[in-house]
Design a protein around this ligand. Structure first.
Ligand code: KG4
Ligand code: ZN
Length: 339
């Protein structure tokens, strides 16, 4: 049975997985870098690239050991080549090319966002296509129409911040650490979500676009007023902080759900697949399930371990492997999102 090694280095996770054609995970390893970026409250590209370089080989080794195989038994090597941080992508691609060349096996470049949606297919263990795909992470907030796994049509995305990035920046104002999504969600549990009527950009617009920078600014004013403010020393009333967190989360969740429903309506697809770290948000899930029930559409959300960046979702490479669609050794990275 064919076995593929998949590599992931798009952002701040160094990951490798060994997957067979039945999409069974034979081995998997992830080295997170959160502790390296924490004090900067965001991912520092140069630090990320250097950490990938140190961790790539041990992570590959660990995933092969977990699978109980050697590199000689691999039938192909796949790697995420777009979108992502340029210097981070390069590390994964160089490792993949080296293996492809030395083991004389095919190389397959993966689109990281398409792979996030494929995580739903891997977890559901059945065909989830055609579907609308929503990717909500620290770097991306995009909607796709997927007639199949690998030829999606981009329906729209954020024109400024990503949803996760907005959570992280609000967490920063509240001194909650990085990544801040889970901490904001936890604080929001004690807050009143309708205390602040924060902006919901594009809510009543036919375009499938998102914008979270105005919402972020509104949060800034709600917490710190209109004058100059140093959030590191600002004393914020605990109930105000909780109410802002809850109102912010409500605004993000409402927009994500409304736009997903709009995309389903436009495309007439029967189901929505969701991937990316923000999909872990409980309030978002609640609102999404309620809206989906009302419209009679199916929702599949990748499980938490497959929502955040991982190499297992690189199993999407089998879609190309079976079609014999391989990449040449001069394959390059594409840091920006093209499709
Ligand atoms: O997909 P991911 O692990 O990494 C990439 O950005 O590719 O997503 C991380 C993002 C972070 O911005 C984090 O704050 C957010 O997902 N996040 C959450 C939650 N858990 C993680 N946002 C809101 N609520 C959560 N429970
Ligand atoms: Zn991602």
């Amino acid at each position: 049975m064919p076995i593929i090694l998949t590599l992931e280095t798009t952002c701040d996770e160094t990951a490798a997985a060994v997957i067979d054609e039945k999409l069974q995970i034979l081995g998997s390893s992830i080295a997170s870098q959160h502790e390296l970026h924490q004090r900067f409250q965001g991912v520092v590209p140069e630090i990320a690239a250097r950490a990938h370089l140190e961790r790539m080989l041990p992570v590959i080794d660990q995933s092969l050991r977990g699978a109980g195989i050697s590199v000689g038994q691999l039938d192909a090597v796949a790697v995420a080549v777009t979108p992502g941080l340029a210097n981070s992508l390069v590390v994964g691609l160089m490792a993949a090319k080296t293996l492809a060349l030395t083991c004389q096996i095919p190389l397959i470049g993966i689109n990281h966002l398409h792979a996030h949606i494929y995580a739903c297919q891997i977890a559901a263990r059945r065909n989830v296509y055609p579907c609308v795909g929503l990717i909500i992470s620290g770097g991306h907030t995009h909607l796709y129409d997927f007639p199949n796994a690998i030829e999606p049509r981009l329906l729209g995305g954020t024109i400024d911040d990503a949803a996760g990035e907005a959570f992280d920046k609000v967490a920063n104002m509240l001194n909650l650490g990085f990544p801040g999504g889970p901490a904001v969600a936890k604080l929001a549990e004690r807050g009143y979500p309708h205390r602040f009527a924060f902006p919901r950009s594009f809510l009543h617009d036919a375009r499938l676009a998102f914008s979270f920078s105005g919402l972020k600014t509104a949060v800034r004013y709600a917490l710190g007023g209109y004058g100059p403010v140093d959030f590191r020393t600002l004393q914020i009333d605990p109930q105000l902080a909780a109410d802002v967190a809850a109102s912010f989360q409500e605004a993000v969740a409402e927009v994500l759900v409304a736009k997903s429903m709009q995309a389903l309506e436009q495309t007439q697809r029967p189901r929505l697949c969701v991937g990316g770290g923000v999909a872990a948000n409980r309030r978002f899930r609640e609102l999404l399930m309620a809206a989906a029930d009302q419209r009679g559409v199916e929702v599949i959300i990748a499980p938490p371990e497959l929502c955040t960046d991982n190499a297992v979702m690189g199993g999407i490479a089998f879609e190309r492997y079976h079609a014999g669609r391989f990449d040449p050794l001069d394959l390059d990275i594409v840091p920006g999102l093209v499709r």
